[in-house]
Design a protein around this ligand. Sequence first.
Ligand SMILES: *Cc1c(COP(=O)(O)O)cnc(C)c1O
Length: 409
Amino acid sequence: MSSDALDPVERLAALRHEFGEHGGVNMSIEASTTFTVMEAGTMPDIFNGRLGPDAGGCFLYGRHFNPTVYVLGRQLAALEAAEAGYCTGSGLGAISSALLGLLDHGDHVVASDTLYGGTWAMLAEFFPKKCGITTSFVDMQNPEAIKAACTPRTKVVYTESLSNPTLRVADIPQLAHIAHTAGAQLVVDNTFTPLAMSPIEHGADVVVHSLTKFINGASDFIAGAVCGRADFVGSLMDLHLGPLMILGPTMDPQVAHSISLRIPHLPIRMIEHAKRAMTFAKRLEALGLQVGYPGLPTHPDHQLFSRIGRPEYGFGGLLTIDAGTRERAEALMDDLQNEEGFGFMAVSLGYFDTLMSCSASSTSSEMDEAALASAGIRPGLIRMSIGYTGSLEQRWLQLERALTRNGLV
Ligand SMILES: *Cc1c(COP(=O)(O)O)cnc(C)c1O
């Protein structure tokens, strides 16, 4: 979509810098919900979106556009090689808005059978009941099944760049081709792989993010973003049918400001998350554990990730360990948190410390047993978001000791 061949970090550096009101190196927070119109006659055009801040007019109302939120949206667009980006109050706010912007009553979605639990519930339960939008869940590794699931009403093919928590890699170029052939658009949730993957460069139409995770990095804000073509992102703000405007999952400018200041060190953080995850994954595999990490040559999608990803940012900060049973998984996590101080038992990811959870009984618990089984989410599967506090060797010793004490190695 973007005509240049810049790396995301180079695209970010090429953005116009927003100085603070008094020349501060950081932009000011625009804490106003409403904006002064200088000439009464321009009000109708501003209201109808014909005279926005980019067209010589002005901002109107904070749910519509806020300059501080807008800056973060531009950063996200640069990150994702998109024409435009807009930020929302949560990842699910971004996902629901993007989908409702593309789908009407009676339309159909073909989605990955391995999705973040909240997204799964939105597609499997909320949309059919509340909006008359149905979804077929299929294995994204099976192109024939995806093609077979498409109907004339299929408007969206939906996947996560890296499936949660099974860490299978979506073949974005292939999925884009299938979606476009079927007359649908490809929407990719890139929450797990900012920088390491740029789905729009491989043919995706829309990228959604939960900024709550790696992009923010400190587990202190819930936030999301939608990136795509300028006309699509603009349509989400339509006064009549725009889901961002009408349903109002608006991001607070104070949140936008805080997250915006963390974007410059996102590359450094992602590289360190990935370096440590890779080191642990290799050592765990060498100890004979069932470990899932796309950076391992034994991972089924290692070649694919190497081809469509950006190896300089690594293979992501998440890995999985299959402890066999839920009880063994829980005992290991207890030990790692309470005896070793290795990390925390908590859902979510992308924090500076390691976070661990047993997916089947936590973040994927919206899925029923059959859905869990078909997605390969086994009861003893521990998902770890590897942090970068402490030294790598200190953390490895903690992990190795806990594994030994629990009889896993
Ligand atoms: C957390 C998460 C979401 C939901 O984001 P919120 O910010 O919690 O609303 C969606 N997709 C993925 C992959 C996630 O990890």
